[in-house]
Ligand binder design. Sequence first.
Ligand code: 8DG
Ligand code: MN
Ligand code: MN
Length: 382
Amino acid sequence: VQAESLEDRCQVSPYACQRRTPLAHKNQVLTEALETMAEEARFCGSEGRSLAFSRAASVLKSLPWTVRGVKELHFLPCIGEHSRKIIQEVLEDGTSTEVENVRQSERYQTMKHFMKIFGVGVKTASQWYQEGLRTINDLQAHHAKLGKAQQAGLLHYRDLNSPVKRSEAEAIVQVVQKAVDQFLPGASVTLTGGFRRGKPSGHDVDLLITHPVEGQEVGLLSKVISWLDSQDFLLYHSTHRNASQALEDQELSVSMTAMDRLDHCFSIFCLNYPHGSIKGGSRAWEPGYELKDPGDATLWKAVRVDLVVAPYSQFPFALLGWTGSRNFERDLRRFSKHEKKMVLNSHTLYHTEKKIFLSAASEEEIFQHLGLEFMPPEERNA
Ligand code: 8DG
Ligand code: MN
Ligand code: MN
């Protein structure tokens, strides 16, 4: 007998931004199966199909109960025919043959392997697969043409595929704060992404930088990157500047996508371990850092870091946009557009009928503008 009333079950929203989704949920086996199907669809270039599986998984993640029968699915939004079939198989047999076949397929395994290389996306991975390449060794032997990002990705493959721990993320915050303080005292460094949602580990560290005096942040990112580079903290970096002349054309800025308008940098940090502490060892990372000793790879670790700089007035939008999850963000924008006639991105909220920009001093105010109940980061794990 389930505790939830029929009414509770009918109230599951089709928008992730209206569903509280904690990190730990009760339908792991089902969501893993659906997410494998979503991944496989993405590998095939079928974005729509991928999104459908991904949405179904996201709905199950938000449920405060474990789904035990296929009848329960009738109350839920976003569960398509194919997702229902997969769920039914798993519920009845404990496993889905379709999912197992995908997991065992050479193409899926190879694609997954190649896409774990930083800088490699679906296009490159499937091209390599088509050319008959299967392993990392094949890439090197075949002299596959690699971009700068991919070369760095290959070089640091092991480190970049071992989870980043919270203590390591906090050490990176310290390093970046120290860099920022030299050029712009009073600027803040905020940990966003999965760590802000309460994840104990992640695939990278997402940092958002701002300063309470609007305009002071201009030019900060390049100075910070140059300093970090001069101190041997960077193994790779690629900076993207916002186009400030385009920003003056507000119609244009609305049509642009989110992050493209903020200064940001995709990088790989060299995180150094203090005396005696060794990478992969059981001892936790302790505060304090030193310069890289390139001679001994057990003393440092390559860590992916995303740095974003936002003007103060855009900070709440940037914070909301970079906290994720990706499913949460996608639905927040979909909800804004379809339910509120507003365009939300990582720097503004625009009302398309009133033709005005809505300002906000906090994430809470953005939710208010959208007529949404505030969702704390820990409940955005859609
Ligand atoms: P993880 O790193 O712990 O594995 O998970 P995560 O922190 O949730 O994932 P993420 O890939 O680091 O993304 C976190 C948020 O950052 C995401 O919701 C949106 C923003 N973001 C990126 N990269 C990009 C990008 O290339 N485009 C856009 N629009 N947003 C991005 O990190
Ligand atoms: Mn992240
Ligand atoms: Mn990231």
